[in-house]
Design a protein around this ligand. Structure first.
Ligand SMILES: C[S@@+](CC[C@H](N)C(=O)[O-])C[C@H]1O[C@@H](n2cnc3c(N)ncnc32)[C@H](O)[C@@H]1O
Length: 263
């Protein structure tokens, strides 16, 4: 699937996605994934940052609250419109632009750091996106990104539960298969079953890559990995039946921080 088609899918998702995340339905993002990401993030106060694939901007706003001066891009104009509307009413100094991560409209060394929250795995050519991010980072600057975990969210994933509904194992398959834009239809797990009759599912193109595939393209972009994270709610969290509960057994996302080599 080419970049234009991928962008069309995200534009089609953007209205419903914004509405649902703002109702708190992205429980995984809000209660585990983003808090873990920010806990791993180095201090950004006073730094120039780029947020890649910002969506409706919740994480971008958090970067600004931490004191960073942030430019945020997304390929879907509707996401950028919603993010910019919040900026108008509750200004944090954020600059939102419609742009493709695989062709960033910024000069070399424009940023001290970059973030990409759950967006790089949605791109047909993440190697190019990583090269672009590396190009616009200053030497010594860092990129921190989160992706679906290549090992535990490959093309086939099924959660096996015990009789109490608690996750006890994750069945995975197709780890070595390339999905090249297979379109998955899904709802946020917190959306009630009865609401699924009236709410359209998201259609997201999937571009699975192996763990070694990811580390290869990070290195080829001139980035050196310095920290990894695998968020979990941990034992005894009392989250039975939710997407959070699955992370007691194995992580759903992988967090990576890498810095740009000096030469
Ligand atoms: C799973 S959403 C995450 C949104 C946001 N970062 C968050 O954490 O709420 C993935 C985002 O990546 C964006 N995206 C996908 N391909 C892109 C590309 N080539 N360039 C820029 N953004 C892209 C989508 O439009 C979408 O907003």
């Amino acid at each position: 699937m080419d970049a234009r088609e991928v962008a069309k899918h995200w534009e089609a998702n953007a209205e419903g996605w914004t509405c649902q995340v703002r109702q708190g339905l992205d429980v995984f993002r809000d209660q585990l994934n983003s808090p873990a990401f920010f806990a791993m993030l180095p201090p950004v106060r006073g730094l120039r940052g780029l947020d890649v694939g910002c969506g409706e901007g919740a994480n971008t706003r958090q970067l600004a609250r931490l004191g960073a001066r942030v430019v945020a891009i997304d390929v879907a104009p509707t996401f950028i419109r919603h993010a910019a509307e919040v900026e108008k009413t509750q200004p944090l100094g954020l600059d939102y632009q419609v742009a493709d991560a695989m062709a960033l409209p910024f000069g070399p060394s424009s940023f001290d750091f970059a973030t990409a929250f759950m967006s790089l795995m949605d791109m047909p050519d993440p190697a190019r996106a990583l090269r672009e991010v590396s190009r616009v980072l200053r030497p010594g600057g860092f990129l921190q990104f989160s992706i679906l975990h290549p090992c535990f969210a490959p093309p086939h994933r099924r959660v096996l539960r015990n009789s109490n509904g608690e996750a006890r194992a994750i069945e995975v398959g197709g780890y070595f298969d390339s999905t090249d834009g297979r379109v998955d239809r899904w709802w946020f797990s917190a959306l009630k079953t009865e609401d699924r009759k009236t709410v359209e599912p998201f259609c997201t193109p999937i571009f699975h890559r192996t763990l070694s595939g990811w580390f290869t393209i990070v290195g080829m972009a001139g980035l050196v990995v310095e920290e990894l994270g695998e968020p979990t709610v941990g034992a005894g969290a009392g989250t039975s039946g939710t997407v959070l509960d699955e992370t007691r057994v194995a992580p759903l996302s992988l967090h990576v921080r890498a810095f740009k080599r000096w030469a």
